[in-house]
Design a protein around this ligand. Structure first.
Ligand SMILES: [Zn+2]
Length: 630
């Protein structure tokens, strides 16, 4: 087989024997049906564009062991994938596995360096797809040193080597066997025999290769040969599964939790002070009819690199499948609570009453947290004076594709005293998204419960109170929230609902009282008046009772209100048909604009799905990927 001289071959033999016999994670295969998996290492572009297509044509999908550090490069195994190819990969239902960032030799590389390369690969993946994680691994170039094999085992559900055979009986999850197709040198009969033997043994045969082209590299094979192998495999009675799907269907330990809360890849290797427990963070999610978003939101909560966390979802009487979806995530870390529909504020109170955390992270069922959102804020704690400091973060709005979220800095993105914060919020018409905050238990307890009378702006009112009890905000740059904006049925939108108008008026009065309780001065009164003036349009002219009350409040503040400003576009309607018609037209136009924006964003997302080149950069991939099919 090998043309290598004797000594290196002997050395290779010794290496293989040593590694193979130690640090095993034994598992006994006893499935009823033989399994075959197709895998690609590195991976060259043609493995996806040619190989992936062949697999899909036969109703199968593959596993791509990726070294993200090789992206776009020309290597010994051919032209490596481009970042935008990963979008297609995930869309076609294939899965990604880890192959180290820089493709380092598993035997020749020091364990620490090797481990760092795994962490680096994960970090690169997280930049592309915030919620994704690698669940399986393939050793680059050679088998690992025993110490390396031991060290990386608990990062993955399973690690794949070579060995030119299939897995049967008692297997080693830390070193799954694979058959490299290029080593058969185009001899189809050898491969067919192997598939037959795998069927008889009811084993798990994992094929591996690299590029697929007529003029393939020494590490690849021709598309024709590959297709014949896939066809024979598909007709052999074996199930064709990706590696993670195979591990799950075999029921390997950890697979139940791996999907959700088990940090497959540790974000950073940090020596933990022995005996000293890290604070627990409670992520509290009220959910009502959020079936389209809830699983992405949960993935983003579960994927937090901050390890000590609990996640509580309160389903507020959804009439869609929100509850069923949430239940699928239930584990020791993720709890689902049901209640009859009572509104978001009530659902938040329920979640809070069940939580144990030292810190509270509020998260709406359609918003997303960047993986290190909480970790970055927690890291800032060492630098803040007290537990009463309210931590904030950046937030960006998106519609369908979070990578297109726009992060626009405002005057609230700073370290501010409570009065300064409220002054800017009310005077300059700014806001902070709910999920940006991280609140200590102490601060949360002194602020009271959510006000269930609030139909809109419940978070605005609540966080005013939190702020009042705090000693100010600490803005943590780089900590990020992705916020799904612009929905006309959202809580924040008042529109033409009378109940929402009344709730808004209540919230506004409370806001004014809060600010004036902190400081009753010329500047705070002026900010309150500006706040009233700006919000007047929500009540004018049809709720003359509220308008009169607002005018009275303005008078107390030493000012006056003028009729609301209506854009020139609607001014002529006002002249002809009166205020109400003009305003309703403005509201309708806004709703039309939203639905157009919404449709446009959706179409853009779909176009990208179809891989129409839109000159994407590698940080602008469109999807939240599922790393493996379900
Ligand atoms: Zn490789």
């Amino acid at each position: 087989m090998s043309n290598l001289p004797f000594w290196p071959r002997l050395l290779g033999y010794i290496q293989r024997r040593t590694t193979t016999s130690v640090w095993r994670r034994p598992f006994v295969l006893n499935q009823r049906c033989p399994i075959i998996s197709f895998t690609f290492d590195d991976f060259p572009r043609s493995a996806l564009t040619v190989g992936g297509k062949i697999l899909v044509r036969h109703g199968a999908t593959g596993t791509y062991y990726v070294s993200l550090g090789l992206a776009g490069k020309q290597t010994a195994s051919g032209q490596i994938f481009f970042p935008e190819d990963l979008n297609t990969l995930v869309e076609e239902g294939h899965e990604l596995g880890c192959h180290t960032f820089s493709h380092c030799d598993s035997w020749a590389t020091a364990t620490r360096t090797f481990e760092n390369s795994i962490i680096q690969n994960h970090a690169a993946l997280a930049r592309l797809f915030p919620y994704a994680e690698f669940k399986t691994f393939s050793y680059p170039i050679s088998l690992p040193r025993p110490h390396t094999k031991a060290r990386i085992a608990d990062y993955f559900l399973g690690c794949r080597g070579g060995g030119q055979t299939f897995n049967k009986g008692k297997i080693d999850l830390n070193q799954l066997s694979a058959y490299f197709l290029e080593k058969s040198r185009g001899n189809l009969q050898v491969v067919k025999d192997l598939i037959d033997r795998n069927r008889e043994a009811c084993g798990w045969l994992i094929f591996a290769t690299h590029d697929l082209a007529e003029n393939h590299t020494p590490f690849g094979c021709t598309p024709g040969f590959f297709e014949q192998v896939v066809r024979y495999a598909a007709n052999s009675g074996a199930e064709i599964l990706t590696v993670v799907d195979a591990l799950e269907s075999l029921g390997v330990p950890g697979h139940e939790t791996a999907k959700s809360n088990r940090p497959r890849v540790r974000a950073e290797v940090r020596p933990m002070a022995s005996g000293k427990k890290e604070p627990l963070v409670s992520i509290l999610i009220p959910a009502f009819n959020a079936q389209d978003w809830i699983s992405d939101t949960l993935h983003s909560a579960i994927g937090q690199t901050w390890e000590r966390k609990e996640i509580i979802i309160v389903d507020d009487g959804s009439t869609d499948s929100t509850l069923d979806i949430a239940r699928r995530f239930e584990t020791g870390t993720v709890r689902v609570i049901e209640q009859q529909n009572q509104g978001a504020a009530s659902a938040r109170n329920t979640a809070l009453s069940h939580s144990q955390g030292d810190y509270i992270q509020w998260l709406d069922a359609d918003d997303l947290l960047a993986p290190d959102k909480i970790a970055r804020q927690m890291a800032e704690l060492d630098r803040v004076a007290s537990r009463r400091t309210l931590l904030s973060s950046e937030f960006g709005k998106f519609l369908h594709s979070w990578p297109r979220a726009q992060f626009i800095r405002t005057g609230l993105w700073e370290d501010l005293s409570p009065v300064e914060w409220l002054l800017r919020k009310m005077g300059d018409n700014l806001y902070m998204q709910t999920a940006t905050w991280l609140v200590s238990r102490e601060l949360s307890e002194s602020s009271g419960l959510w006000n269930t009378k609030m139909l809109s702006d419940d978070d605005g009112e609540y966080f005013c109170r939190v702020l009042l009890k705090s000693d100010g905000t600490r803005f943590v740059a780089g900590s990020k929230v992705y916020y799904r904006g612009f929905r006309s049925n959202s809580l924040a939108y008042v529109g033409r609902s009378d109940r929402k108008r009344e709730a808004l008026w209540l919230s506004m009065q409370l806001h004014i009282n809060y600010l004036r309780s902190l400081e009753d001065s010329q500047r705070t009164r002026e900010a309150c008046r500006a706040y009233l003036q700006r919000n007047l349009i929500n009540f004018y002219p049809e709720r003359s009772d509220i308008v009169r009350e607002a005018e009275q409040v303005a008078k107390d503040l030493g000012g006056e209100l003028c009729p609301p400003y209506l854009s020139w576009k609607y001014a002529w309607i006002k002249k002809t048909f009166g205020w109400e018609v003009a305003k309703n037209t403005a509201i309708q136009m806004r709703e039309v604009r939203w639905s157009v924006e919404n449709a446009l964003d959706k179409t853009m997302s779909r176009l990208r799905d179809k891989n129409i080149p839109l000159a994407l950069s590698d940080t602008q991939l469109t999807h939240v990927p599922r790393l493996h099919r379900r």
